[in-house]
Structure formats: C-alpha cells, structure tokens
Design a protein around this ligand. Structure first.
Ligand SMILES: Nc1ncnc2c1ncn2[C@@H]1O[C@H](COP(=O)(O)OP(=O)(O)OP(=O)(O)O)[C@@H](O)[C@H]1O
Ligand SMILES: [Mg+2]
Length: 115
C-alpha cells in the first residue's frame, strides 16, 4: 500500500475527488493547508523580484491524502496530472510514501482489504 499526498489548487478539489472515486479506493482525507513551492509563494515570478529581498508568502492549498493499493499508484498520478496540468506554476505536487499497515477498526480487516 502507498499513501498519495497531493497538494493542489483549491479549485481542483472536485476534479481530484472524481478521479479518486473512479479508481474505486476506499476513502480519502482532505485538509485545507497553507504552502509554497519553489517560487516561495511569489505569484508575480522571479524576474520582477530579482535584486530585492523577498519574503516567503504562503498560499491557500488543499491537501488530499489517499491510501491505495500499489497497483493504483501510477493510474492515480497520471490521471491527476492529465486533469490538473496547466502552463502555469503552482499546479501542485504529489508525494508518495509507503504504508506499513491498515486496519478497519469495525471488522479487524487488515491490509488492502481494510482500505
Ligand atoms: N518540497 C516540498 N515540501 C513540502 N511541500 C511542498 C514542497 N513543494 C511543494 N509543496 C507544497 O505543494 C504546493 C504546490 O507547490 P507548487 O506546485 O508551487 O510546486 P513547485 O515546485 O513550485 O512547482 P511549480 O514550479 O510548477 O510551481 C506548495 O504550496 C506546498 O504546499
Ligand atoms: Mg510553485
């Protein structure tokens, strides 16, 4: 199992929910977060701020966490990229980490069956 962590633009949440639903995984966790990437939250671009001291600016983002079967990881990544990619910075980022175990508390099911 892998956890896919996606930091996306708030307006893309509905698209990502539909993509997750389409791969039929068990659930998801959504949070509102603040963040910045390589532009440090500067929306105007590097050149306009060159030579000036810049401060980090945190922008509102949505964090989507979903634990999936290994076989669904690439499908999810490719589909999210396909739907969310634009030619602008800030499209978001996807992180993947290993998940050791999952347990459905109600039934005691474990592993992929618990997702
Ligand atoms: N290295 C990182 N560690 C933790 N969170 C990150 C990291 N990079 C990006 N994020 C999160 O992802 C959000 C979106 O990042 P963003 O898409 O701007 O990445 P980027 O590397 O700047 O790419 P781009 O050049 O396309 O903008 C950030 O606001 C932040 O919340
Ligand atoms: Mg960026």
């Amino acid at each position: 199992m892998k956890e896919i962590i996606m930091i996306i633009r708030p307006q893309n949440l509905e698209d990502v929910k539909e993509i997750i639903e389409s791969i039929n995984c068990g659930g998801m966790t959504i949070s509102t977060v603040m963040g910045c990437g390589s532009q440090k939250g500067n929306v105007k671009g590097f050149n306009e701020i060159k030579g000036f001291k810049t401060t980090i600016n945190l922008l509102p983002k949505i964090k989507v966490e979903v634990v999936v079967d290994d076989k669904d990881v690439e499908t999810l990544i490719m589909s999210v990229r396909e739907h969310l990619v634009t030619d602008h910075v800030g499209d978001g980022k996807i992180f993947v980490r290993n998940i050791e175990q999952a347990v459905r508390i109600r039934t005691g099911e474990r592993g992929v069956k618990a997702l």
